[in-house]
Write a protein that binds this ligand. Structure first.
Ligand code: MN
Length: 392
């Protein structure tokens, strides 16, 4: 029996609040439609108290998609005004979640909040109680949880669950944790609150470990992952939705977890987001990068053409990428180039002609970054033109 993992998408909140990623309300609605198609369980649509635009986005998404099979969430600090504003923005959602948070680490208490542990605990409980007057679905986040004293954190977790929170999120807000440490830390809270609430994780990628930490947390009992399309988010970003989802799907035999994500929409979701914000994923980004399914090295291309499984662990169609791309460049072998000639319609070239074309190809590939199809066509035509009238 696979364990169900809830995917909490925060592209429209944590992602949107990072540099170069702001979106207008109509853009957020367009992205929300894609997230619905993708099958996220919870969509965090904004932080209503932060701006009028954020309020409007949460309200518009709640109205437009409120009756669909997913939950709309809105963020609120643990204050009365924030929680009320979130509750109002979510009024039209059929399934609404108020996500309230307060920092729990001593660093944040001392320098940012200037509050005692007792004060923070009391405010957290009050916020959850107030949120419950708007909806039964309340999530509490202990900001900077991974740098919080574990005894205090456990106390906070028990208190907010007793106050009515059904999800307790323990973020690695500053991307400081490492998988073994994070797993132990999550495991302790999972044990403390048992099945009274779902433990959630929210990892940042400052050390490039957001996905690894999220996976470790799931193995320690977390059942909700907060993540974003293309891994966008504050600073180095959040856990990448496409990566964590494809890890479960690709490694089912050792990871008995499942999500309800329709993975064939992953690539188009990534493309849609890229079209709205100022940057796309880096070319070598797992799953959705331009090169994620491209093969250039000769030995790799030869193996791939004989059987895709030699160098490809995911069928590109599974994530909505049309097909594996062989890039023809200076590392490409004869076999890959000959296949391209066939694809381009040169069906009757002889082995000797391929040798000739390949010679011209390697000379060209040394000078350019990648050889284009029109250049291959020119090379083929050049060699074929040398045929004697009889053999032609
Ligand atoms: Mn965050």
């Amino acid at each position: 029996m696979n364990q169900r993992i809830h995917i909490f998408d925060t592209t429209l909140r944590d992602g949107e609040q990072s540099p170069g990623c702001s979106m207008t309300v109509p853009e957020k609605l367009k992205m929300a439609a894609k997230l619905v198609e993708l099958g996220v369980d919870i969509m965090e649509a904004g932080f209503p108290i932060a701006s009028h635009g954020d309020f409007e986005a949460v309200d518009a998404i709640s109205r437009e998609f409120g009756n669909r099979d997913f939950t709309v969430a809105a963020l609120a600090r643990s204050t009365r005004l924030d929680v009320e504003r979130a509750g109002q923005a979510l009024k039209h959602a059929k399934r609404a979640r108020i996500h309230t948070f307060i920092a729990t680490s001593d660093i944040h208490l001392q320098y940012k909040l200037r509050k005692s542990r007792e004060q923070v605990l009391e405010e957290a409980v009050k916020a959850v109680e107030l949120a419950r007057t708007y909806t039964d679905d309340v999530e509490f986040s202990a900001e900077d949880a991974s740098r919080t004293d574990p005894d205090y954190l456990e106390q906070v977790a028990r208190a907010v669950v007793a106050a009515g929170a059904s999800t307790v999120n323990l973020p690695d807000t500053v991307g400081f944790s490492v998988p073994t440490e994070y797993a132990a830390f999550i495991g302790r809270v999972v044990k403390a609150i048992g099945d009274k609430a779902i433990v959630s994780v929210h990892c940042h990628d400052d050390l490039g470990l957001a996905v690894a930490n999220s996976l470790a947390a799931v193995e320690a009992g977390a059942r909700q992952i907060e993540c974003t399309i293309n891994g966008i988010g504050e600073r180095a970003g959040n856990c990448s939705l496409e990566e964590i989802v494809m890890i479960f799907k690709t490694r089912q035999s050792i990871l008995p977890y499942e999500t309800r994500i329709n993975t064939e929409h992953l690539f188009s979701a990534s493309q849609l987001l890229t079209s709205m914000i100022t940057f796309g994923p880096q070319p070598n980004k797992a799953i959705v990068g331009d090169n994620a399914f491209a093969h250039e090295a000769g030995i790799h291309q030869d193996g791939y053409l004989k059987n895709k499984s030699t160098y490809e662990i995911i069928d590109p169609k599974t994530v909505g990428v049309p097909e594996g791309r062989l890039v023809l460049g200076k590392h490409s072998g004869r076999h890959a180039m000959a296949s391209r000639c066939l694809e381009l319609g040169f069906l009757d070239v002889t082995k000797e002609e391929i040798d000739g074309i390949y010679q011209g190809f390697t000379a060209l590939a040394d000078r350019v970054k990648g050889v284009r199809n029109d250049q291959i066509i020119a090379l083929c035509k050049e060699v074929i033109a040398k045929r004697s009238p009889i053999s032609a």
